[in-house]
Write a protein that binds this ligand. Structure first.
Ligand code: NAP
Ligand code: FE
Length: 380
């Protein structure tokens, strides 16, 4: 068996860990560029804790708080320019996947003057060190070497992946998620679940990624009940479940760091680009139809080594029961028009080749149809 396992991110988890472990931030340099979205980093308390930690360390900081959901190339150039101009030594990202991903690209751009194409072509060999403080539990960006950006020229979602982009430190403090609403909580949990499931269905799966993926799935399946019963006041969602989801998200990030994601994620990007669907919801909408297609292929072709039974064992339920859980969590599905389904079915999906069974274009079109309320023929 060949293995090449890299996971250089130090994960620190616990209440107030950013302040308590501030000596780690002190190792990164004299001046931080904090990168956040518009509101939530301040509202959740993460920004204030970071300021306290940096000030206690005698470190300076500037703030870039212009990251939008699904960050664009323009935004990362702005953030990178600010960090470079201000002479920052490191980047401190506080937020969901969007600020963390933007921070990674900004860390590259602060270290080099690059064009957009050079950035996407990975023409870089240095990057400012990054510390990440997730305030959602789903993308796992705090433990991955990926930054997913919207190339405004497409528009299309494109990813940058380099071992240089692994954050040096990930600080996991579930208190920052206390007021995260029902939809973002559920959708980000679906993202983490999709990462673990897709990790198992990747041709690059190995014994370490599979072990992490199965454990991630076991943690998240035990959160299905509380997610279905999400309270009217998000602050009443149990803190213990927040902690579990936050840990599961970082573990699933470790999975995809090894395996990459599959066609399910590439297809999800189309829903986000075209409809603005939350990333995690988009992957969740596709997951059931994608897994049913995998099961059909496994049943039809005995040369395929089956992976769905192992996945169901990790889920502790059969595939149809899992699809029912997803339906319950997703609620009413968005419907695609025939024109949309026709167009999406023709697009080449980057990660189709990173799927243990590579779907052909017709099969991709069929999965889209089933995920989008069944197209003209109605819901599944
Ligand atoms: P997000 O886009 O980072 O945030 C979604 C919304 O949640 C924003 O409005 C944000 O507000 C708000 N929010 C964040 N934390 C909050 C909190 N604690 N309390 C209340 N509101 C909060 O969502 P995400 O799902 O975490 O990230 C999605 C992005 O990650 C996508 O671009 C996706 O492609 C990417 N992704 C990356 C990887 C990777 O490996 N790098 C993996 C999967 C997905 P503010 O704007 O005010 O902050
Ligand atoms: Fe994802």
């Amino acid at each position: 068996m060949n293995l090449n396992y890299l996971m250089p991110t130090r994960i620190i988890m616990g209440e107030n860990c950013l302040f308590n472990e501030r000596s780690l931030l002190a190792q990164l340099g004299k001046k931080a560029c904090m990168i956040t979205g518009k509101h939530s980093a301040r509202a959740c308390g993460g920004y204030d804790d970071a300021v306290k930690a940096l000030e206690a360390n005698g470190q300076q900081y500037v703030l870039y708080d212009g990251v939008m959901n699904n960050p664009t190339d323009n935004c990362v150039f702005e953030a990178g320019e600010l960090a470079g101009k201000e002479g920052c030594d490191f980047i401190l990202a506080i937020g969901g996947g969007s600020p963390m991903d933007a921070a990674k690209a900004a860390a590259v751009l602060a270290a080099h003057m690059l064009s957009k194409e050079e950035l996407f072509a990975l023409s870089f060999d240095k990057v400012l060190p990054i510390a990440a403080v997730p305030t959602t539990a789903g993308t796992g960006s705090e433990t991955t070497p990926y930054s997913i950006l919207v190339d405004t020229a497409g528009p299309a979602k494109r990813s940058i992946g380099s071992p240089l982009l692994f954050p040096r430190f990930a600080f996991l403090d579930h208190r920052y998620l206390r007021r995260l609403g029902r939809d973002t909580t559920v959708h980000t949990a679906m993202d983490a679940l999709s990462h673990a499931v897709e990790g198992i269905l990747s041709p690059r799966a190995n014994c370490i990624s599979d072990t992490l993926a199965r454990e991630t799935i076991a943690i998240i399946r035990n959160c299905f009940g509380p997610l279905m019963d999400f309270p009217a006041d998000p602050a009443e969602f149990p803190a213990e479940i927040r902690k579990k989801l936050l840990l599961a998200s970082s573990m699933a990030g470790m999975v995809i760091s090894q395996t990459g994601t599959t066609v399910n994620h590439s297809m999800g990007y189309q829903l986000t680009i075209n409809w603005g669907t939350d990333h995690g919801r988009a992957t969740g909408l596709l997951l059931g139809p994608f897994l049913r297609w995998c099961r059909e292929k496994e049943r039809a072709d005995s040369s395929i080594k089956p992976r769905i039974p192992g996945l169901c064992a990790a889920l502790g339920m059969d595939l149809e029961d899992f699809c029912a859980v997803l339906e319950n969590l997703l609620g009413k599905r968005e419907r695609a028009s025939e024109a949309e389904l026709g167009a999406w079915g023709k697009i080449k999906m980057k990660n189709a080749v990173n799927t243990y069974i590579e779907p052909c274009q017709e099969e991709i079109a069929d999965i889209f149809r089933k995920a989008s309320g069944g197209g003209r023929n109605g819901a599944e």
